[in-house]
Design a protein around this ligand. Structure first.
Ligand code: FES
Length: 570
């Protein structure tokens, strides 16, 4: 076994050994704690401004219990937290910043292994990206989903029902008072969104990647067994240090292929695409949008959860959660992929029950075939765009309609309900200026609300196209992540009101039906937008963020830099 990394600090002599140990002893540590036992960092995204992670101080206590009983020394450290519902202009602007915080915190401290406490949407990819670049033995503990909310006898899915009720208010089908009353019923316990939104999706993906213990995704946040899972993960982190089981050993091409397929089978969020691309870049695993389309095509939808289906995460847990899905997918997955348990993915779930046939379907009786995120290309998205077929309307999957163009969300909000807006059931709403650079940060606004005039006619979906993202809890025939984005000179910037746009999901085609000579004329007139902010972190972001098809990571953050650090601090 190689020398323990933490001993570079705690095993030292002279001033540097004194400094490393003495100040830590003010917390009640003693020489026994510095005897070479594995030091496990608990990377905590607790914050009262991240409601989904607000129970993490208590959860960290259970991880510590596990670390100690396995013979390790737990040390908890904070990193910037990302509250999806609170941060402006969008939490995505800060995903890469947090990943830097995580990577540098791991590398700069006397840690031998890490437990990553994450829950709300961006906290999971941010922590995994940072940890992958630092590459110590690392294991994820998710915070778990909220319990099912209820409003007047009806189950409420986080986000999804909010979007649906908001459209009901706009259509005059629901009062503002009832909308406000439902607000108090949706988030009834600790935990993250209880739909198959981005948080649940990313938690499921941690199981598929093999970086979390089986069952991590679906256990409700307040279930006592989540505390046991956290404790087990703490103990396992110590063992992983002994086994020198680094993240790079687990994050292989096979693991990513499994993750893409599981995302299809669970009806997961489109955001998973962008996070997996970014994480693969950190792990130095080749993965492209084309891979994601090809891998997801053959995978059926097995999980009947909102927003693609009917049920919520508590139901998914009762039905057995992700292990049931992994076992049901059988040979579609690389079952021999190594996981943080030290066993293969297949071994982890060998005893999982059969699908219940309701919340989780079998391969023989899926909810839908070919459920993967579809990657579209064409003259409107030369580098790709995505759509989630399982959350879209079948009648709009092949569509030709006239564009109604909005330049940014201010323009959209100002005009969407204008009685003079020319829009009908065949219109295609187009939003520009919402990509990584343009907004900046690529917000979740792609599921544009429909005009009141159409909602009142009973129209519930339109084709919508943008360089934005959308919440994993959202739904509709929504084309997202158009690359290159409009602010980078992508063809989306050249669309004009009245242009015909053709969408053909089966053919993976997104076409702007305007002659090339006319597009060339428009391009000659196009001027890049002025930056929203000219200094500070936002300038760093705009200068270095990649396009959506590359995962919107910073160009200088791709790859593994490892955990070696040179130079003493005194
Ligand atoms: Fe945190 Fe949905 S808002 S997971």
């Amino acid at each position: 076994m190689s020398a323990r990394r933490s001993q570079d600090w705690f095993g030292g002599t002279g001033v540097n050994g004194f400094i490393a140990r003495s100040w830590m002893k003010n917390q009640g540590l003693t020489d026994r704690d510095f005897d070479g036992r594995p030091v496990i960092g608990i990377c905590n995204t607790y914050s009262e401004l991240t409601p989904c992670n607000a129970h993490f101080r208590e959860l960290a206590g259970h991880v510590k219990r596990g670390v100690r009983e396995a013979g390790g020394l737990p040390v908890e450290f904070p990193v910037m937290s990302l509250g999806e519902t609170i941060l402006r202009p969008t939490s995505m602007l800060f995903r890469n910043l947090v990943s830097m915080d995580v990577e540098e915190s791991i590398r700069a401290n006397p840690l031998d292994g890490v437990v990553l406490l994450c829950g709300c949407d961006k906290t999971t990819p941010a922590l995994l990206m940072g940890a992958a670049s630092a590459d110590l033995p690392s294991i994820v503990v998710s915070g778990g989903p909220m319990l099912t909310g209820r409003f007047r006898g009806r189950a409420l899915g986080s986000g999804t029902d909010m979007f649906a009720m908001s459209e009901d208010v706009r259509a005059g089908r629901m009062s503002e008072a009832d909308f406000r009353a439902a607000e108090s019923c949706m988030s009834r316990s600790a935990g993250h969104c209880n739909t198959m939104g981005t948080a649940s999706t990313m938690a499921a993906i941690t199981e598929a990647l093999g970086v979390a213990l089986p069952g991590n995704a679906a256990l409700p946040a307040v279930d006592s067994r989540r505390r046991v899972l956290a404790r087990d993960a703490g103990a396992r982190a110590v063992e992983m240090v002994h086994e020198e089981l680094r993240l790079s050993t687990v994050l292989t091409r096979a693991a990513f292929e499994n993750a893409v397929k599981v995302n299809a089978a669970i009806g997961g969020s489109t955001n998973a695409v962008i996070h997996l691309l970014a994480l693969a870049g950190r792990a130095e695993v080749p993965l492209s949008l084309a891979d994601i389309d090809a891998l997801g095509r053959s995978v059926p939808l097995l999980v009947d959860l909102v927003p693609s289906g009917r049920f919520l995460m508590e139901d998914f847990f009762t039905a057995g959660g992700v292990p049931v899905v992994l076992r049901a997918l059988g040979d579609l997955l690389h079952r021999d992929a190594l996981t943080v348990t030290g066993l293969s993915l297949g071994e982890n779930v060998a005893d999982a029950p059969d699908p219940d046939g309701s919340v989780i379907r079998s391969l023989a009786e899926p909810l839908a075939q070919d459920a993967g995120t579809a990657v579209l290309r064409g003259n409107l998205a030369p580098d790709g765009a995505v759509i989630k077929p399982s959350a879209a309307s079948a009648r709009l999957m092949t569509h030709r309609g006239r564009a109604v163009v909005f330049h940014g969300m201010d323009d959209f909000r100002a005009r969407i309900d204008d009685p003079d807006l020319v829009v009908d059931a065949d219109s295609v709403l187009v939003l520009t200026g919402a990509g990584p650079r343009g907004y900046p940060g690529m917000p979740e606004v792609g599921n544009l609300p429909l005009p009141k005039s159409l909602l009142r006619q009973g129209i519930t979906d339109l084709v919508r196209i943008s360089d934005a993202r959308m919440s994993g809890t959202a739904f509709g025939t929504v084309v997202l992540h158009v690359a290159p984005e409009s602010a980078a000179g992508g063809p989306l910037a050249l669309v004009r009101d009245g242009d015909f746009i053709e969408l053909d999901v089966a053919a993976r085609r997104l076409h702007l039906d305007v002659p090339a000579v006319e597009l060339a004329r428009r391009r000659a007139d196009w001027k890049p937008p002025e930056p929203v902010v000219g200094s500070g972190y936002q300038k760093l972001y705009v200068d270095h963020v990649s396009q959506a098809d590359q995962g919107a990571d910073f160009d200088f953050l791709r790859g593994r830099r490892g955990s070696a650090v040179h130079g003493d601090n005194h």
